[in-house]
Ligand binder design. Sequence first.
Ligand SMILES: [Ca+2]
Length: 68
Amino acid sequence: MQTIVIILSILLFTAVGIIVATYLGKFKDSDADGIPDEIEEFVDEKTGEVKEIVKKFTRNKPGRKKKK
Ligand SMILES: [Ca+2]
């Protein structure tokens, strides 16, 4: 339990650090929302991948009929 709290704290501090650094102009942020472009691109990429995986598991497979 304590390990989870420590990991979450590190992630939170990292996120805050990145946002502060972005506001201070340390990272490129073209839409000025406090999130660096590189992270936005990374998240977009990952979101796309997750959507693809979900699609794979939820699509109707040919030859498999729905049970009533
Ligand atoms: Ca941004």
